[in-house]
Write a protein that binds this ligand. Structure first.
Ligand SMILES: Nc1nc2c(ncn2[C@@H]2O[C@H](COP(=O)(O)OP(=O)(O)OP(=O)(O)O)[C@@H](O)[C@H]2O)c(=O)[nH]1
Ligand SMILES: [Mg+2]
Length: 295
């Protein structure tokens, strides 16, 4: 099986989309990243922190970027974050509407006909968040059992896991627990944001949707996930949902980058401290060179 590979997009200049499908032992690139492209479209520009769907099941309640993140973005000092892609993996039973959700967001289309995903597909969507370019690599996986082993090979390295279920089919909600477990197994504990998404909201009345959401919100809390109800058919909540995903992933990336840079500075700082305390010249030299080596 050939694994689809992408390089990082060039912020502000790169084309936004790469798309690959793998089926059994074959894989094909439908298109590839091109070096030049249009600027980020206006509806992908995020300036204020997108709000949760319900405060009863959300990953964080605050409505502003973390103070450190805002300050870092204002100074345009986000290190490599603006060059990075965050990997998002969408899992869930067959026919729940994973592909439709992604296509609504990335292509603004909806197809009434069902075409099963074979293996995996992915889309790259570019954003500009707090003035910094940022991209999501959104992996669409197959829900059919026979393709599960292909799809699960792509779970690794996810920063975000989206578990989708059909709001009109309670069984698909029950299965999300297993989908999440499988996806988490391939990733470092505590390294992923988890979302639980109820699809096909347009098929339910307001009251029926509220009823389905009670159970979903309960499960979302057990999963430590943020809950959203969406409709790929009407587009309801789709953009708001992915904006929220992008903002949370971006904020985490900036904070991790700051943390990494801080610990690098601390290592260098330790070396300086030893020198200032008057160690013999040969120790000074070895300390300095090992500090440089670290960086
Ligand atoms: N009414 C309605 N139908 C939807 C919605 N989303 C998806 N569907 C329909 O549900 C069917 C399945 O959608 P897909 O997006 O192909 O499902 P999937 O989860 O990707 O399925 P697999 O690729 O087999 O895992 C299709 O016929 C879609 O048109 C929605 O929001 N509303
Ligand atoms: Mg699909």
């Amino acid at each position: 099986m050939v694994i689809a590979a992408t390089g990082p997009t060039r912020p502000g200049r790169a084309a936004s989309r790469a798309f690959a499908t793998s089926a059994g032992h074959s894989a094909r690139m439908r298109s590839s990243l091109t070096p030049l492209g249009p600027p980020v479209s206006r509806d992908r520009i995020i300036t204020s922190f997108p709000k949760w769907y319900t405060p009863d099941a959300c990953l964080q309640l605050k409505e502003h970027f973390h103070g450190q993140v805002s300050a870092t973005c204002q100074r345009r000092n986000t290190g490599t974050v603006g060059l990075r892609l965050s990997k998002v993996v969408v899992v869930g039973d067959l026919y729940v509407g994973k592909t439709s959700l992604i296509h609504r967001f990335c292509k603004n289309v909806f197809d009434r006909d069902y075409k099963a995903t074979i293996g995996v597909d992915f889309e790259i969507e570019r954003f500009e968040i707090a003035g910094i370019p940022y991209s999501l690599q959104i992996w669409d996986t197959a829900g059919q059992e026979k393709f599960k082993c292909i799809a699960s090979a792509y779970y690794r390295g996810a920063q975000v896991i989206i578990t989708a279920f059909d709001l009109t089919d309670v069984q698909t909600l029950e299965h999300t627990r297993q989908w999440l477990e499988d996806a988490l197994r391939e990733n470092e504990p505590g390294s992923c944001f988890v979302f639980l998404v109820g699809t096909k909201k347009d098929l339910l009345s307001g009251a029926a949707c509220e009823q389905a959401e009670v159970e979903a919100v309960h499960l979302a809390n057990e999963m430590k996930a943020e809950y959203w109800s969406v409709s790929a058919k009407t587009g309801e909540n789709v953009k708001a949902f992915f904006s929220r995903v992008a903002a949370l992933a971006f904020e985490q990336s900036v904070l991790q980058d700051l943390e990494r840079r801080k610990s690098t500075r601390l290592q260098v700082g330790d070396g300086d401290l030893i020198r200032m305390e008057g160690s013999p010249p040969e120790t000074q030299e070895s300390t300095t060179s090992s500090s440089l080596g670290c960086c």
